[in-house]
Design a protein around this ligand. Structure first.
Ligand code: NAD
Length: 491
């Protein structure tokens, strides 16, 4: 990792060269055909499949411990599934979308077509180094763009591998990977992209958006926050608690759509704790000593998580470690999952995004109060609601606002190739995945084609004709709707 004071002139110059080359190449090829876009996505799929084992090794190197099946499922298969879906849909997505015209416009036609924007940047966090670099690349290439990716300085092995894989698969004027430290990151955000995707924390997101604003670069911000799971009355059972704890164990909580805290009916609080302990005991009694437990990305991050628990301990909070003899191992950076039961609202675990294996379990007395407590915080990236009473579930969904939501499970809203994924408010703006992602990285150009027999010239001065038409229409004792239909519904 480079120090923030290192100038990184060479890395910044290489980024600027790649950006200029992509701009130039885009100017010469502004609308890649369907066949060409498909070839690019197929090349990307081949790249991921061929490097599957090296991807697993790079993740293990950066995280210390990283379960290979999780790599295969999320970083490799997840990306391939997404690419396959885009290949199936792309022809339809690229087709112009016809729009209605007005009778007063005669035989005119109108359509919206998705145009490539140009050169798109992607700033990637450390937690899913391939899923969050190559995944959005699928949408960006499908939309006909050229792409430069900047991996996180916390995942040097993944960054080096991604750089090598991409260089072996694509020309640098189509896809390029820029590797470096904080100075490169700042230069990256200040580059005049045609669109910039940033995934990471809201704090850095603000800086990225401010840098992009100087170029009026449109941004997609995929940010973090505190995703709640709300267990409605009667829903605390083994299966639902397993779903919450199981989700927390994915990447050991280092996942933006993980459950950050749980809201549980007060009479069912002890049952939640018992089910959580039983789940861990039955399914993974040695979880934090096993290869299924992902290492925390750095000692700095591990210490932050330990400090969160210490803050709760200092305030005499009840902490339940879901593993007999589970301890923090600084050597391998592994940590057991802990519950903080009935935490005070001003504890750090209730104020900050946790992003690790700590789960506050907050009792509530009625569902409206639980919903109000969610709405009192920032709008979350994901919201999870458990229960069988459809009216209660609907009420929770209708009375909350979040980037995505899942019912009777957690996090799955982020895994569907067919569904846009993103945040709202402090958890982000814009979407990738699915048709929403294709459109996000496209310019939606509305195009009007004049036909015969229209009344367009009434808009040009002198307004004698317009005055006569308007007079004739508005002097009728007709409804506003009828008046609107009689004149061109334009402008
Ligand atoms: P981070 O914000 O520290 O870093 C993310 C990226 O930003 C890195 O590539 C980093 O080099 C770069 N960066 C840092 N400072 C920069 C600057 N001044 N200008 C430009 N770029 C800069 O985030 P992180 O710690 O890597 O990731 C954790 C956060 O990301 C959590 O908040 C998590 O919730 C969020 N996250 C969100 C999603 C999502 O899809 N919404 C997915 C994964 C992670």
């Amino acid at each position: 990792m480079s120090s923030p004071h290192e100038p990184e002139d060479a890395a910044i110059a290489a980024l600027q060269d790649a950006f200029a080359a992509q701009r130039h190449a885009f100017a010469a090829d502004r609308h890649p055909t369907l066949a060409e876009r498909r070839r690019r996505i197929e090349a990307l799929m081949g790249m991921m499949a061929a490097n599957r084992e090296r991807i697993g090794a790079a993740l293990s190197s950066d995280f210390g411990v990283h379960p290979v099946p999780a790599t295969d499922l999320i970083e490799v298969l997840g990306v391939l599934t997404r690419a396959r879906y885009v290949l199936e849909q792309l022809e339809g997505w690229m087709a112009p979308s016809a729009r209605h015209t007005e009778p007063s416009l005669g035989s005119a036609r109108a359509y919206v077509v998705s145009q490539p924007k140009g050169v798109v940047g992607n700033i990637v966090p450390w937690n899913f180094p391939f899923d969050l670099s190559v995944g959005p690349m699928i949408d960006m290439l499908a939309a006909g763009n050229r792409v430069i990716v900047k991996p996180s300085e916390y995942t040097p092995a993944c960054a080096a591998l991604l750089q090598e894989m991409v260089a072996a698969t694509f020309p640098a004027d189509l896809v390029h990977v820029a590797v470096g430290g904080l100075n490169l990151a700042r230069a990256f955000a200040a580059t005049p992209w045609d669109h910039l995707l940033y995934t990471g924390s809201p704090e850095v997101g603000r800086q990225v958006m401010a840098a992009a604003a100087r170029n009026l670069t449109p941004v997609t911000l995929e940010l973090g926050g505190k995703c709640p799971a709300l267990l409605t009355p009667g829903s605390v059972n083994a299966a639902n608690v397993a779903s919450v704890i199981g989700t927390k164990a994915v990447k050991n909580g280092q996942m933006c759509v993980s459950v950050d805290y749980c809201l549980v009916p007060r009479p069912e609080l002890e049952s939640f704790v018992d089910h959580a302990a039983a789940f861990m005991q039955e399914v993974a009694p040695d979880y934090s000593r096993s290869d299924d437990c992902t290492g925390i990305i750095s000692l700095r991050h591990l210490d932050r998580l330990s400090d969160l628990l210490q803050d709760a301990r200092d305030r005499q909070s009840r902490i339940v470690t879901l593993e007999r003899d589970g301890v923090v191992d600084r050597q391998t950076r592994r940590m057991p999952i802990s519950l903080v039961v009935d935490p005070a609202p001003d504890l750090r675990v209730m104020q900050e995004e946790i992003f690790g294996p700590i789960l506050p379990v907050v009792p509530y007395d009625d569902v409206d109060e639980a919903v109000a407590s969610i709405n009192a915080g920032e709008r979350p990236l994901g919201l999870y609601v458990f229960g069988e009473d459809q009216a209660v579930i609907d009420s929770v969904l209708e009375n909350t606002l979040s980037g995505g939501a899942a019912v009777n499970t957690c996090a799955m809203q982020s895994a569907l190739p067919s569904m846009g994924f993103g945040g709202v408010g402090m958890s982000g703006m814009g979407r990738h995945h699915g048709i929403e992602g294709f459109r996000e990285f496209s310019n939606q150009r509305g195009t009007f084609i004049r036909g015969a027999g229209d009344m367009i010239d009434i808009f040009y001065p002198p307004y004698t004709k317009a005055a006569a038409v308007v007079q004739a229409v508005l002097s009728q004792p007709a409804s506003p709707q009828a008046s609107a239909e009689a004149v061109p519904g334009l402008l």
